[in-house]
Design a protein around this ligand. Sequence first.
Ligand code: NAI
Ligand code: MG
Length: 509
Amino acid sequence: MAANIERMSMAQAVPAPRAFAGAAQSFAVQPAKGVFIENRWRPAHSQNAVDVVDPATGIVFAQIADCGREDVNAAVAAARRAFDQGAWGRTRPTDRGRMLARVAELIARHAEELAVIEARDTGKPLSLARGDMVATARYFEYYGGAADKVHGDTIPYLPGFFVATEREAHGVTAHIIPWNYPAQMFGRTVAPALAMGNACVIKPAEDACLSAHRLVELIAEAGFPEGAVALVPGRGETAGAALSGHPQIDFISFTGSPEVGALIQIAAAKNHVGCTLELGGKSPHVLFADADLDEALPIIGKGIVMNAGQTCSAGSRVLVERAIYDKVAAGLAAYFTGVRAGSPEMDLDLGPVINAAQKKRVETFRARAKADGIPLLAEGSIAPGVDPAGYFVTPSLYGPVPRDNDLACEEVFGPLLVLIPFEDEADAIRLANGTDYGLMAAVWTRDGNRALRVSRRIRAGQVYVNGFGAGGGIELPFGGMKKSGHGREKGLEALLEFSTLKTIILRHG
Ligand code: NAI
Ligand code: MG
């Protein structure tokens, strides 16, 4: 049965979204809420809407506004007022911290409601969505605690001078958020920006943004003054382009594709403002022959299957010392064979991918691998009973993959894992650094000297030794080297990104 469904969905063209038309069901398409400005929903100027599709069924179940220039202008104007003249610009750091802590409490209180929204919107298994809400609350808790602990310096200078530095908010910050972890990414970028006192204008991804609609309501409920946050839902080409190119914003935070990342950086350059870009990766696990495979293999397998592989920091390449290649291939093949995809309620290893385009992208990589004769070591299955119109893809393990093949170098953003053998330490380092990306890596070995040596040679923003947590904890600075982007999120580093430095030079004679 599973195989049938799999063949069916593989054979048909990528399904188009279906309008909800089930007479027996009792819900209607949830109408768009509009645009959130100064702590309330208002109808959007733009008459356009975007359909919200359930990735597990392909059914449209809600709509969001597709904000245009007028809506973005109104949101940025409100943020400017709040920062330049309003109560928000005068709010003490301690009070900002308390408000953030209240948001954390509200998220925890509404965690189940938010997780259900998130699972429906993204297709991810319910337990993963529940974990996402714990992390989202943690962002607000962590940055709430940090808001009043960002100190400046004093600088010894000439006789008769006293010099001090202080960190100030940029002003109005623009936040363009992806769809893979919508609530977590909201917390990751908005919580530190608010902690530093910026007024945030947020553009969630058109493919999954219902949790963001709820989170701005919770921020208002937590007591943030009018204008501290605004939400401008819509497509990238409309709302996203209008926001990133707006002349009155002071900074842009972006996570998404390298192509759009370049557009963001051009928009930032035209306005002479800074930006952080997080553009994904092709992160390697480097497995030496002395690695503890019982520890490593389950972590490696789960890491790429989680969220259907749609994780910027997923470990998508496994570089294996040749002596243990067969053992690793067999171990991971056994894991992949047992992996099952299903709807959020089934709560299996993974859900569908986000949309028809992403499904097509993954299927194209699979078809090319087949055409290139790359050995398919194992496949997971799609659970019986899923809707064949859902965007399910088959988790697949390949190896050995030629080093210069697209599958070995390009980000798939799907549950495809690649095995590549290496000869020695120097070869492993060359291979680990052999893609355009540099977001994360893991080194697996019992040799402490080698662990440190190799970690320090790998060009990536985060390197784990004998472990892997996609993206790592909230406390751990995270971001790219090379074409994975620039700037650091998470940890106290994020507070530096979301602020600027002022030096005050006082001549006292
Ligand atoms: P995308 O880069 O188009 O979307 C990310 C965000 O940028 C969304 O909010 C989108 O509305 C916005 N955006 C799109 N065009 C824009 C524009 N012209 N101006 C301003 N904002 C704009 O990514 P997409 O198309 O959804 O996914 C394509 C591929 O990108 C994926 O297959 C994956 O490889 C990669 N990706 C990586 C992510 C990461 O976490 N690093 C997250 C999402 C996608
Ligand atoms: Mg796009």
